[in-house]
Structures are given as C-alpha cells and as structure tokens.
Design a protein around this ligand. Sequence first.
Ligand code: SF4
Ligand code: SF4
Length: 211
Amino acid sequence: MREVVLTEQQLRELEDIYEKLQQEYARVATTLDFSCSGCPDNCCDSYFLHHTYVEWAHLWRGIKQLAPERRMAIRARAKTYLGQCTKELLAGRRPQVMCPLNEDGLCVVYGHRLLVCRTHGVPATMTRPDGQTLRFPGCFRCQEIVEGLGEQAPHVARTPLLTRLVLLENELLNNKRHLLPRVKMTIAEMLVQGPPTLPRFRSYCDETILL
Ligand code: SF4
Ligand code: SF4
C-alpha cells in the first residue's frame, strides 16, 4: 500500500476549485444579503459523507501541520463522534454531532476544510449524470430569505466544479477508480483511518493487477 499524496499541480487544481466555489458562494451571498454573522447555529454539526481521495488527502495535509498532542485529542474526539453517530443511525435518526475538527466554534484546519464545508448555507443546484437536477435550498436562515423565489432564487451551480473534482480524482487514481474501494466517509472516519492509502498497480499489457 502507498499513501495517496497530491502533486503540486493537483494541489493547485484543487485549490482553484475551492477558490472558484468560494467566489460563487460570495456572489450568491452578496446578492441575497446573507451572512452567517450572529447565527445561533453552527453547521459543523451537520452530518455529511465525503466521496473523494483527493479531498481526504488534502484534509490530511492540514492535519499533519498540527502538533502531535492536538492530533491525538482530535483523534479521540473523532472516535467519540463515530460512537455517537452509530447510535443515532441505528435509531434511524440523522446524526447531529459536532465535527471533531471544531474547537470553540472554529475549524482547526480552515484552509483544508472540505468542499461541503465551503458550500453549505446558500442555495445550490447540481445536475446528475442522468440529467436530473437536484436543488439544495440552503440553510434554515437562507431559506427564510429566498422564500417564495422558487427556481428564481440565486444559487451556486455546483456541477462545473464537481466535474473538475471528478476529473482530478480520476487523475489522482490513474483512471482506476472503478477498481478501488469507494470513499463514502465522514470526516471523523477520515481522521481515525489516517491518510488515504492505495494498493500499488502493475499493468500487464491491457490487464491491471492490484498488488
Ligand atoms: S472540517 Fe472544519 S468546517 Fe468542516 S465541519 Fe469540520 S470543523 Fe466544520
Ligand atoms: S450556514 Fe446558515 S445555519 Fe450555518 S452558520 Fe451560516 S447562517 Fe447559520
């Protein structure tokens, strides 16, 4: 097995995707005169699953910059988080547990937070490969602002940026995504498992073998 590490070029591409997403987010938020300022909620307790080795590896770039004692404390919180989520899921409820990377209301790896963390809040759309468009209404505060606007509500179109993320994931995985375990993980699972690793490949003509 080898650790998945982003090249400088892949890192720049991911950071550009994040940057464009944040610009789109800011455009929509400004149009709606929306901000998180004074909100009684903290979205870091929302339950989300993440799906790419790219973001998992990028998150770990941030984790590795933290002092060992802090990392141990985060890992302990991640284990507690997973136990609490398991209980909620077994009871048929969507978990609402604070992310182990949140300390005193702030993200300890802010520059390495994941795409979902950067997009939650304002309305968004995403078109699936089968052509169906999904609409996300935004958080409860934003929903109050856009009430009655329906499809006319300003929103972030996520598809072009997600398409770039998928292309980047394919490149990172050497176009072998279909051969590898799927990523479908909470941030806590990424923390407990450690940085992503992959089997080594060997190609024999047109056959690929996992070592
Ligand atoms: S990674 Fe950071 S921004 Fe994302 S949920 Fe956790 S604490 Fe919040
Ligand atoms: S995204 Fe919405 S719910 Fe979350 S902190 Fe901001 S205003 Fe509050």
